[in-house]
Write a protein that binds this ligand. Sequence first.
Ligand code: NAP
Length: 272
Amino acid sequence: MSRPIAFIGGGNMARSLIGGLIRQGHAGHQIHVSEPNADLRETLARDFGVVAHALNDAAARLADIWVLAVKPQVMATVLAELAPVAVDQAPLVVSIAAGVTHGRIADVLGPGARVVRTMPNTPAMIGAGITGLYAGADVGAAERVAVEALFASAGATVWIADEMQMDAVTAVSGSGPAYFFLLIEALVAAGARQGLPTDTAARLALHTALGAARMVIESGEEVALLRQRVTSPGGTTAAALDVFVQGGFPELVDQAVAAATRRGRELTQCVG
Ligand SMILES: NC(=O)c1ccc[n+]([C@@H]2O[C@H](COP(=O)([O-])OP(=O)(O)OC[C@H]3O[C@@H](n4cnc5c(N)ncnc54)[C@H](OP(=O)(O)O)[C@@H]3O)[C@@H](O)[C@H]2O)c1
């Protein structure tokens, strides 16, 4: 992907996507970033050789792919600034802002802009994220490939066909890292209560979490099948899983994800 790209907002998420593009061989001088914070502008230009701008329209005029990487609260201001530029540039616009709908961006930027709404998660910062993607019907196949390439170094990507599903994406993968952190915290504490030094329990729990996820991904096998295979009747794993099931663990996860989806929907209505 060698077309010029403009990042509107040069914060954490922009930085990790820019780092990934540079690692993929994208030329720094083809990447424009607008960012109000002068220190951040200087750091991004120094670290990646990108062209940093103080004004959003200055960056946007030099690219036909725009990545909107600002907080949802400032999106209204940013879209109003960019609307006149969108008429001239007819850009492909990729938003990573949580809760800001495709329709809102498309309405303000006008019919020239093709819009893709995305939801990355925090492990994207270390290249181990997953990003949910939703494109309007006017986004072509080549543009979808360009968007996938943009997120490739941040981890995996998955397209959703219906924007309504974005709140569920947020509930599963956007908020998901915290669920696993909670489970790991609980597992470490439980291991310590069974007599392990805390750092040993932490090492055991963390590598088990990593290994379990990698096993599912790399084997391509059904997760339920892998679980059954490590659960001998009458064994230790069966003893623990019985307690999880008796305690309503699957139902609790279901309720938690439903609550996150509901909350996502409410927040989308506030900022969307
Ligand atoms: N971090 C994640 O894992 C994650 C996951 C999913 C979605 N997202 C979404 O990604 C977006 C960016 O998140 P982030 O974590 O990268 O936030 P961030 O570090 O705060 O980055 C946002 C940047 O935008 C700058 N900015 C503020 N007002 C601006 C304006 N009017 N024009 C241009 N730039 C402006 C901010 O500068 P100042 O600091 O000077 O205000 C800041 O550097 C958010 O919408 C968030 O919902 C993030």
